[in-house]
Design a protein around this ligand. Structure first.
Ligand code: SF4
Length: 609
């Protein structure tokens, strides 16, 4: 099949059996690749009520038809599984170089199932595929293991690896690659750890077939030219995602002290230009990227190297914890990377614990003697270690903010900032109704990348609650994740304002299938509904309540900054949901209506919920 590696690899870790089957044409036609493959395979292969950390759950890696080809940023892959953090759908994307190698090995998806009796790693060298003993790597951090594996096999081998967080089944453990890229969200690393799979090592040398080589060459060049000519290229390359740190603070969206505020008085010390001057050593990009947003940094204070920190990490491990020294944030980032835990969830749960401590709900008698004041960097470093190792007070925090607040109680649930159990990423949404709705209805929990709408809120009026805003969120949710289906980065479209229509001739020349963006959005909508059905199937108590945001955003006005005194009214939260459900064709509990499913040919899946 043009644009595809051509096979799906199945690895049964219980028996050690490995087999490859051709990638089904129908799967490619209906779900295209990446996140689409993951959603379909998850729903159809993982049995109802499977334990996320048990042998029946599967970890599914998928590439897309653009992955590994000369298209800007075509180095994305998707990890899909049933989340141990939320008990729902988890999908986390990863950049870097791994995707291309997998496609060059002729593989579109890898499905891991079962549980290995001993720690192993998977080695893929084209058609030579083996499970090998990983005892020597077990217990070690991601950075040293990736380096050891590369020393052993060579720089051409790409490695995805878990750290102690994944081995210890921390439900927000990450899968890491390229010394600091994370598939961070939803606990994909814990599922990999539950299977005793320490690493995936890939080197491929095959060609990817394309339907129209000349058309592909031209369409690819047009895309690269557009990136190179984009006005936003230079600042984006200089600062990457940290380009938004100052803007977020200035508009009151920078999460500060567990989202009590959106404004951090000492925030200037975290801004992109300060970071660039103080710690950035070089820019770093994923496979085929003309606009490398990754930053490789070195701290003087800790004499350590780290990829990042990115904006989300600065928000959650910096301002959200009252930390204003970028070197401290970089070191916290390095610890999370090496231990293999998500920087966003880690910052979220530590921020919650710090607020509990400030309010006297937790005392040092509960925290192993640690002083949890905001801004206490030493404590933050120690908590990161204890969370990854599930040690002492860290064991409570390792459960995530929803479960930890359920255990501690005393009103702490009201300032546990999450949706569906996933800690909210780095936008304070006291008065930003589109972004708030984006978090409420995101398909994995409170994550930003499906529908990043904070700038749109500012453009049209941040407290507006109107159908047009809701329609915008739905359009973004159908459209933006399609980049994760195609296997390329969305940031060239988002940050460089590349015309999205430029991707259409490239996709057609590569696959030989003609599709418009409207066709792709229909696939996006179908995937969105399928993953919704997965939540409902796995959680019989699923209802409207699950789509509510943290009460923080409708009960606690920020004391300072541009949004001082502002919240979203609870009745507006409910109105947003009503409008959203109506426009999606879902009932008042957020369940897709039969006619909606029929329109998308998803009726057969409804029967199994
Ligand atoms: Fe990777 Fe950033 Fe380039 Fe996207 S823009 S491909 S995330 S380096």
């Amino acid at each position: 099949m043009n644009g595809y590696g051509g096979s799906i690899l199945r690895v049964d870790l219980s028996s050690g059996k490995i087999n490859k089957t051709p990638t089904p044409h129908d799967l490619a036609k209906e779900y295209i690749g990446g996140r689409g493959f993951g959603a379909f395979l998850l729903f159809t292969e993982v049995p109802k009520f499977a334990d996320p950390l048990g042998p029946e759950n599967k970890l599914i890696l998928s590439t897309g038809p653009l992955s590994g080809l000369m298209i800007p940023g075509a180095g994305k892959m998707d990890f899909t599984t049933k989340s141990p953090l939320t008990n729902g759908y988890a999908s986390s994307s990863l950049g870097g170089m791994l995707t291309a190698e997998l496609k060059y090995a002729g593989i579109d998806s890898v499905i891991f199932e079962g549980i290995s009796p001993n720690p192993v790693y998977l080695l893929i060298e084209d058609d030579r595929i083996q499970l090998l003993d990983a005892t020597e790597y077990w217990g070690h951090g991601t950075i040293s293991v990736e380096k050891s594996i590369k020393d052993k096999y060579g720089e051409d081998y790409q490695v995805a690896v878990i750290g102690p967080g994944g081995e210890n089944l921390v439900p927000f453990a990450s899968i890491n690659h390229d010394y600091g890229r994370q598939a961070g969200r939803g606990g994909v690393g814990a599922v990999m750890g539950s299977k005793k799979l320490k690493a995936i090592v890939v080197h491929g040398t095959k060609a990817i077939p394309v339907a129209d080589p000349e058309g592909y060459r031209k369409a690819g060049l047009d895309l690269f030219k557009a990136c190179k000519q984009a006005e936003g290229l230079v600042p984006w390359q200089q600062y990457g995602t940290t380009i938004v740190t100052s803007w977020c603070n200035e508009v009151g969206a920078l999460p500060t002290r567990n989202f009590t505020s959106g404004y951090f008085t000492e925030g200037k010390e975290l801004y992109g230009p300060v970071m660039r001057e103080k710690i950035v050593v070089t820019d770093k990009g994923c496979f085929g990227c003309p606009s490398p947003c990754g930053k490789y940094s070195r701290t003087k204070k800790y004499q350590s190297n780290v990829e990042g920190p990115e904006y989300e990490t600065i928000g959650l491990l910096g301002s959200n914890l009252g930390i204003s020294d970028i070197e401290d944030v970089a070191e916290a980032n390095r610890l999370c990377d090496d231990l293999g835990i998500d920087t966003i969830s880690t910052g979220g749960v530590i921020g919650w614990a710090m607020e509990c401590y400030q309010k006297g709900i937790l005392t040092s008698a509960d925290t192993d003697g640690l002083v949890l004041n905001f801004g206490n960097t030493v404590t933050v470093f120690e908590l990161i270690r204890r969370i990854a190792n599930k040690q002492g007070f860290g064991n409570l925090l390792s459960q995530g903010v929803k479960k930890a607040s359920g255990i501690i109680g005393n009103g702490s649930e009201k300032f546990a900032v999450h949706v569906k159990g996933m800690e909210q990423s780095a936008y304070a949404t006291h008065n930003a109704t589109a972004m708030l709705l984006a978090y409420m209805t995101c398909d994995v929990g409170a994550h930003h990348n499906r529908s990043w709408a904070i700038t749109y809120d500012l453009q049209v009026g941040r407290d507006l609650v109107v159908p047009e805003k809701v329609a915008r969120i739905i359009w973004l949710q159908n459209f933006r994740p399609m980049f994760d289906v195609l296997g390329s980065c969305r940031l060239q479209w988002v940050e460089l304002s590349i015309e999205r229509d430029l991707y259409i001739p490239a996709l057609e020349a590569i696959t030989g299938v003609s599709r418009t963006w409207e066709d792709l959005e229909r696939v996006g909508e179908k995937i969105w509904n399928l993953t919704r059905l997965f939540w409902i199937r796995e959680n019989p108590e699923f209802s409207r309540e699950w789509d509510l945001p943290s009460p923080r955003f409708y009960t606690d006005p920020p004391p300072d900054g541009p949004t001082a005194g502002q919240i979203t009214k609870y009745e507006d939260v409910q109105k947003l949901l009503d409008m959203y459900y109506e426009q999606r064709g879902w009932d008042s509990n957020g369940i897709p209506k039969p006619e909606t499913l029929k329109r998308m040919k998803l009726d057969e899946f409804a029967l199994s919920t």
